[in-house]
Design a protein around this ligand. Structure first.
Ligand code: ZN
Length: 70
């Protein structure tokens, strides 16, 4: 597994439109979709997700997510 695109907890490396993929279960966070389960509105950048937000599929913390290169 490559960690080239690892988010690593550094939100400053993220663009507002970036998609991020869970490193555990491969669930994808898309800012254009948001996360209805966690009341995250459409258009919310990954970097703006609340600190307590975790993967809705497996509960992994934000630091486990990796940027998907377009
Ligand atoms: Zn997950």
């Amino acid at each position: 597994m490559s960690f080239e695109g690892s988010y690593g907890g550094d939100a400053s490396r993220l663009n507002p439109e970036d998609l991020l993929e869970c490193g555990i279960c491969w669930w994808v966070y898309d800012p254009a979709v948001g996360d209805a389960l966690a009341d995250i509105p459409v258009g919310t950048p990954f970097a703006s997700l609340p600190e307590h937000w975790t993967c809705p599929e497996c509960g992994a913390p934000r630091q486990k997510f990796m940027v998907i290169q377009a």
